[in-house]
Design a protein around this ligand. Structure first.
Ligand SMILES: Nc1ncnc2c1ncn2[C@@H]1O[C@H](COP(=O)(O)OP(=O)(O)OP(=O)(O)O)[C@@H](O)[C@H]1O
Ligand SMILES: [Mg+2]
Length: 348
């Protein structure tokens, strides 16, 4: 696997290889081999039958899902649906009532060097306000026998080198997020959990986080990320786990989720549309005719529509997918599970 510094400091990468571009390419090829298809399919984070109660309140309810490496998996759910609780249980900060949460087959407490296997930025952060960013990271590094040089490396990755001597208590929200991300990267771990990592960041900061996290996933790491910003998630996540009231609603690849939405359709135009419609309907598609003579087909991908048209000898003049936005799909999926409605919404 790549080291983090190689990813985040592209400009420095060639200097690490004494035999220049060839060495760099060899390392790159070796890294690609490391991350085989077999590994890509094996789940790294596994949550099985997880239930967590706080008094009478069931925060997480018999929840099961898995997260695979090499992609960003988005963790979505309305407020209070149990995302942070689930992440805290995975990180060993909360004990479940029943069920298990494992990382590479082991619970967090059984990991030999936790910071080297899994890094996290969770909602509640405990940083001594008077301690400098560098001192905070150095304290964490020492507990896991991580070299001091790594502290400067991660400060550099998150762009905090120049303010590393200042007390963390004086940091802006965005700087605090960057410091949290730096801490998560200290042990160069293969598994990373981020709970609302772009909260409080400006547009540049959000873009920076997106590029960092997707880059980390492309190296073969496992990224499990919650966010309320649907447009952001749509750009960042390859897979999605959606929960509501502590229960699993769906886990799916992002593309499949958007395509399967009731609001997604494929617009088809053909001189022989009357011959095509019954063929598509016979294969389970729903169709509706638009005033301009085109037909909107839902419940079927544009590839299948195209293939069926080809088999039937029907020429197509237009085949245009119109995917629902992630926000629309999220609202559709979680309609029944929203606990806290704003004014005008129905109260449950
Ligand atoms: N320590 C706690 N004590 C009591 N109840 C808790 C505690 N932590 C969470 N809860 C409750 O469990 C439920 C799930 O909370 P959680 O914070 O996991 O949701 P979430 O999906 O992260 O929400 P948000 O999107 O607002 O961050 C909520 O009803 C919350 O009030
Ligand atoms: Mg939360």
């Amino acid at each position: 696997m790549h080291r983090l510094a190689d990813l985040c400091q592209d400009k420095r990468a060639p200097a690490r290889h004494s035999n220049g571009a060839l060495g760099y390419l060899r390392t790159f090829a070796a890294n690609l081999r490391d991350f085989s298809t077999e590994e890509a399919e094996r789940p790294v984070i596994e949550v099985r039958g997880l239930t967590k109660r706080y008094g009478d309140k069931v925060a997480v309810d018999d929840l099961s899902f898995s997260v695979k490496p090499g992609v960003v998996t988005g963790f979505l759910g309305p407020n209070g649906s149990g995302k942070s609780t689930t992440m805290r249980v995975i990180m060993g900060l909360d004990r479940p009532n029943t069920g298990t949460a494992t990382i590479n087959g082991r619970s967090y407490h059984d990991l030999d060097w936790p910071l080297r296997e899994v890094g996290a930025l969770l909602e509640a952060r405990a940083i001594h306000p008077g301690r400098s960013a560098r001192a905070h990271l150095w304290m964490l590094a020492q507990t896991n026998q991580i070299a001091r040089s790594r502290v400067d490396e991660v400060l550099d990755i998150v762009g905090l080198s120049e303010v590393a001597g200042q007390p963390a208590g004086k940091f802006s929200l965005g700087m605090g997020q960057r410091l949290g991300i730096a801490a998560s990267l200290l042990g160069d771990p293969g598994v990373l959990l981020y709970d609302e990592p772009v909260n409080g960041l400006d547009a540049e900061g959000i873009r920076w986080v997106r590029n960092l996290l997707t880059g980390l996933a492309r190296q073969g790491r496992t990224l499990f990320v919650s966010s309320h910003l649907m447009s952001e998630m749509a750009q960042m996540a390859d897979d999605v786990v959606v929960i509501g009231r502590g229960r699993l609603i769906t886990e799916a690849p992002m593309d499949g989720l958007l395509e399967s939405s009731q609001q997604s359709f494929v617009r088809v135009r053909s001189p022989k549309i009357d011959a095509l419609v019954p063929i598509l309907e016979a294969r389970g598609a729903r169709t509706s005719r638009a005033p301009d003579g085109s037909v909107n087909v839902s419940g079927m991908s544009e590839a299948t529509v195209g293939d069926l048209a080809f088999e039937a000898g029907v020429a197509l003049h237009e085949l245009a997918p119109n995917n629902a936005s992630l926000e629309e799909v999220f609202m559709e999926l979680t309609e029944e599970s929203v606990e806290y409605h704003g004014a005008g919404g129905e109260s449950r």
